[in-house]
Design a protein around this ligand. Structure first.
Ligand code: AMP
Ligand code: DBH
Length: 559
């Protein structure tokens, strides 16, 4: 396996292959299989553009040829940061055809995160859209290149003339390729049992972690999710949450859709009306959403204007969907089944099944997609708790990693000696055999499904000269579930406002979703019995303060 990655022990490799979970197939070959079976079917749709499977196969091969000509080589690592556009799919499969390994960055990631990923991996290239939501990615790419000399290739989707940048547009529109030798793919074929891509972990420690996923494990992950959710060639997946997330990518996601010969429709906007429009235009059947997005859709006055009756499955993940939200979804769209996806980029995916009873869908977050996934619910000493009691979820299986990339120290705490991943999620086994998420022990904020490491934000706040100490916690939010609240102790005689703090942090060039949305200046932090900062108390304090403020403003309105 690639340097810096932890392989599965030999006995597990043999078992996963013997029992048929891992197949000798690359992601590139997965696409080729479907292109042979369904050449004329729409593979990808984006607005008015439709790309058939035979075209997707051809275009991704053509792009792969150009990338090799540019000097990218099998085994190179690249940053991939694209919005939800059709080229995402073309680039994704082009890379896998030649064994170039993408790091799946999110569109909000900025200079600091990208530089870190590029340095850690020695990335050779950066795939981007020149502009998205008013941000100039090309300018950022130039700056990052100055700092990371390995980053030789900047490749933008679309057309353009910027010096030092290659554009996919001309490559994808040139007349048919003649220069592709028939054994082209075979010659550049990556090892299906080696790393295909890196996902990003929301992270619980100061530095975000890279998650290496192999072709074999990732294909099985997507296929297995597609199977238990009964996906078939009629599936039209609408990708609204950022396509680089594990959820819309492989649970069952884009790869699952390709595996079954379904279609992938890309929606770059999270504006409810644009989403409704996309559902209607593409006749979407399968819609992965975060609870926050689902609430926004249900609250939208535009909902009634569109015909959404193609929807069959509304799959909600990233954050817990409460029973009331399940009920509202059923009431709004009685032709669609709501379901939970409780997954993680590290591997394990729990799903409710279309055949589960209504009560199980209301109350639980599903069960492992694969029968080969081992799960344990344990107490603080690692002993399994009696069924029905709350404990931490541990897991091991054919698509759960055995270690983060180049993170030996962290791997020692995140994985047990026998290879279980400690999820940090507190769960309870429901009598149905499904899991119920009861909370978490990891120190992160889950902002509408986007994960924020408290420690990462605290370290940035601590670099402010007026700040003596900082503790970042989640505060409740009716739509996003959680937002970030920073508790700060100032140095003597200093002042700080939220605006000043946000301006300071924005200057650190990080993803905007990590910026605190509330600042509480305090004299001291509450401590636990062992003298650590009690985040539990801080969370309770801000929650009750918000509640009091809400009551106050409700009272003021009533008067
Ligand atoms: P990551 O490890 O960054 O991929 O984030 C995965 C984490 O998101 C899980 O460990 C859970 O904490 C959380 N999560 C994902 N889906 C759900 C869900 N349906 N319900 C509750 N928490 C979820
Ligand atoms: O939050 C996640 O990371 C997530 C949510 C739903 C995930 O990785 C998944 C399904 O596979």
């Amino acid at each position: 396996m690639l340097d810096g990655c932890t392989p599965w022990p030999e006995e597990f490799v043999r078992r996963y292959v013997r029992e048929g979970y891992w197949q000798n197939k690359t992601l590139g070959e997965l696409l080729e299989d479907t292109a042979r079976a369904f050449p004329d079917k729409t593979a990808v749709a984006d607005g008015a553009r439709k790309v058939s499977y035979s075209d997707l196969s051809r275009l991704s091969t053509r792009l792969a040829v150009h990338l090799l000509k540019q000097g990218l080589q099998p085994g190179d690592i690249v940053l991939l940061q694209l919005p939800n556009v059709w080229e995402f799919v073309v680039v994704f499969f082009a890379l896998h055809k030649i064994g170039v390994i993408p790091v799946l960055c999110l569109p909000p990631h900025r200079h600091t995160e990208l530089t870190y990923f590029a340095r850690l991996t020695g990335a050779a290239g950066y795939f981007l859209a020149p502009e998205f939501r008013g941000f100039d990615y090309l300018a950022m790419a130039k700056e990052i290149q100055q700092e990371v000399p390995s980053l030789q290739h900047v490749i933008a989707v679309g057309e353009g003339t910027e010096k030092g940048v290659s554009y996919t547009g001309p490559w994808l529109t040139e007349p048919d390729e003649t220069a592709v030798p028939p054994d082209f793919l075979a010659r550049h074929r990556p090892d299906p049992f080696d790393v295909a891509l890196f996902l990003l972990s929301g992270g619980t420690t100061g530095i975000p972690k890279l998650i290496p996923r192999t072709h074999a494990d990732y294909i099985y992950n997507a296929r297995q999710c597609a199977e238990v959710l009964r996906c078939d060639p009629e599936m039209v997946l609408l990708v609204v949450i950022p396509a680089a997330h594990n959820f819309p990518l492989a649970s069952p996601g884009m790869i699952g859709a390709v595996a079954v010969g379904g279609s992938v429709a890309m929606c770059p906007s999270t504006d409810p009306e644009k989403i409704f429009q996309a559902i209607q235009t593409h006749q979407a059947t399968f819609l992965p959403l975060s609870p926050a997005l689902l609430i926004t859709l249900l609250n939208s006055p535009h909902r009634e204007k569109y015909d959404l009756r193609s929807l069959r499955f509304v799959c909600v993940g990233g954050q817990k969907m409460l029973p009331e939200l399940v009920d509202r979804t059923w009431a709004a769209w009685d032709y669609a089944t709501p379901g939970h996806a409780f997954g993680m980029a590290e591997g394990l995916v729990n799903l409710t099944r279309p055949g589960d009873t209504k009560e199980v869908i209301r109350q639980t977050q599903g069960r492992p997609a694969s029968p080969a996934e081992e799960i344990k619910v344990v107490d603080e000493e690692g002993r399994e708790v009696p069924p029905g009691e709350v404990g931490e979820l541990l897991t091991r299986g054919p698509y759960t990693i055995r270690g983060y990339y180049k993170a030996e120290e962290h791997n020692r705490v995140a994985f047990t000696p026998d290879g279980f991943y400690a999820t940090g999620d507190m769960v309870r086994m429901h009598p149905s055999g499904n899991l119920v998420v009861e909370g978490r022990r990891k120190d992160m904020i889950n902002r509408g499904g986007e994960k924020i490491s408290a420690e990462e934000v605290e370290n940035l706040i601590l670099s402010h000269e007026g700040v003596l100490n900082a503790a970042v916690v989640a505060m409740p939010d009716p739509i996003l579930g959680e937002r970030t609240c920073a508790f700060v102790i100032l140095r003597l005689g200093r002042t700080l406002t939220l605006e000043e703090l946000v301006r300071f942090l924005a200057g650190k060039r990080i993803a905007k979703f990590k910026l605190p949305e509330r600042l509480e200046i305090v004299e001291a932090f509450p401590l636990t019995s062992v003298g650590k900062v009690s985040k539990k108390d801080l969370r309770a304090r801000i929650a009750s303060k918000l509640k009091a403020e809400e009551n106050l403003s409700a009272g003021a309105k009533a008067n």
